[in-house]
Design a protein around this ligand. Structure first.
Ligand code: PLP
Length: 411
């Protein structure tokens, strides 16, 4: 008789046991299902600019097209020279000392390089300090790399600035690094220089590597200025991440970079690790690399969007005003980036499971958000709003959120 072999379940790797990225998680699958049924969903869930009418600057697109015939080969593993030279100049403009072409790595977005930087560093038991709330790729990349993410709190009562005492309290002999996301996703916070200096001092005192995620460094409102952490950490090993995705509306080009600066002398072995991983994936997407020189050297059209009267500025104003007018909702106004991270007063909205809350909002009102726990926030009382839709859509979306919350309150 025929005997079929027993069907063994195919399990994912145990490396993924603690890896979680809810921004594209189960709620998004539900939104896709609703769209297939014909519903129009207003999406305030992902910081992807192009679908909201924020086009990449034409000169970048034209330059990529022009360079496309020359982009079919692999490039140097660290990236094409012209792009790295432009990034070197950019680091100089941001007062980061001593960066050479060799210290610059191009990647398929900052995302690839963040994972690479963690994979090259971490052994089992190593701890990395990450903000809560965070951009969850950091926590996921640390876990995937065998390390342990340890979350330090950012203080909502203090404009979402990192709580330095909490950082100090969480340092152990196993702590290897401190992650600083500035400007911050999801809170929109921009850190003052004094605070950055104190974070550098903590890293110096405890021998930690600084990882600075500065992908929103050009999206800063109200005339404020961004300071690169690396400009203040000349004597501390610092790895800075940036790219074209946000400031140049080019998420899809996957053009990101990483710059190693500060005291590199004790880090030669780690740098060798980075080089091994950079060569293993051969190189980053070459057409995207060719956009970098034109972008950094060209007209900085992002400025037109963030000034009063600019689209992003107006959308931030409207979203903040409307959200804070809802009873039981408070919200620190973003100084930078594309996000608000409002708080729902637990006395008014006793939420036990914030993913379920977001799912109910989606099915009732066809508005898609991401729950605060998706950013490793420890309480079910926040959600993130991406203020990329135009003011008409934002108004409709927040009116629907208000209506949903009104019903929730009266349950
Ligand atoms: N870092 C932060 C804080 C982000 O918000 C994002 C994207 O949303 C990234 C990194 C990844 O950007 P990239 O498109 O360069 O991979």
């Amino acid at each position: 008789s025929l005997r079929w072999p027993a069907v063994k379940p195919v399990l994912k790797s145990q490396k993924l046991a603690n890896v979680c990225y809810d921004i594209r998680g189960p709620v998004l699958d539900e939104a896709k299902r609703l769209e297939e049924e014909g519903h129009r969903i207003i999406k305030l869930n992902i910081g992807n600019l192009a679908p909201f009418g924020f086009d990449a600057p034409d000169e970048i697109v034209q330059d990529m097209i022009r360079n496309l015939p020359a982009s079919s080969g692999y490039s140097d593993s660290k990236g094409v020279f012209s792009a790295r030279k432009a990034i070197m100049h950019y680091t100089q403009q941001k007062n980061v000392a001593g960066v050479t072409i060799d210290d610059i790595y191009l990647g398929n977005g900052a995302s690839e390089l963040i994972v690479m930087a963690m994979q090259a560093l971490l052994n089992s038991g190593d701890e990395v300090l990450v903000p809560a709330p965070d951009y969850p790729l950091w926590t996921a990349a640390i876990s995937l790399s065998g390390g342990t993410p340890v979350h330090y709190l950012c203080d909502e009562g203090n404009g979402w600035l990192p709580d330095l005492d909490d950082i100090r309290a969480k340092i152990t002999p196993n702590t290897r690094a401190l992650v600083v996301i500035n400007p911050n996703n999801p809170t929109g916070a921009l850190y003052p220089d004094d605070l950055l200096r104190e974070m550098v001092a903590i890293a110096r005192e405890h021998g930690l590597i600084l990882f600075a995620d500065e992908i929103y460094d050009k999206i800063v409102y109200d005339g404020l200025k961004h300071t690169s952490l690396a400009a203040l950490s000349e004597d501390v090993l610092t790895v800075t991440f940036n790219g074209l995705s946000k400031s140049y509306r080019s998420c899809g080009f996957r053009a990101g970079w990483m710059v190693v600066s500060g005291d590199k002398r004790p880090a030669q072995d780690y740098i060798e690790g980075l080089n091994i991983l950079a060569t293993m994936r051969l190189c980053a997407n070459v057409p995207g690399q060719y956009a970098i020189q034109t972008a950094l050297g060209g007209y900085q059209s992002i400025d037109d969007l963030i000034l009063p009267g600019g689209r992003l500025y107006k959308q931030r104003e409207l979203a903040h005003e409307m959200l804070t007018a809802i009873p039981g909702v408070s919200c620190v106004k973003a100084k930078a980036a594309l996000y608000l991270f409002p708080k729902l007063d637990p006395a008014v909205y006793p939420i036990a499971d914030d993913q379920r809350f977001i799912q109910e909002l989606l099915s009732q009102e066809k508005v898609l958000l991401v729950q605060g726990s998706g950013f490793n926030w420890p309480h079910p009382d926040h959600f993130r709003v991406v203020f990329l839709p135009n003011v008409d859509d934002l108004r409709i979306a927040i009116e629907r959120i208000a209506r949903f919350l009104d019903g929730y309150r009266k349950r």
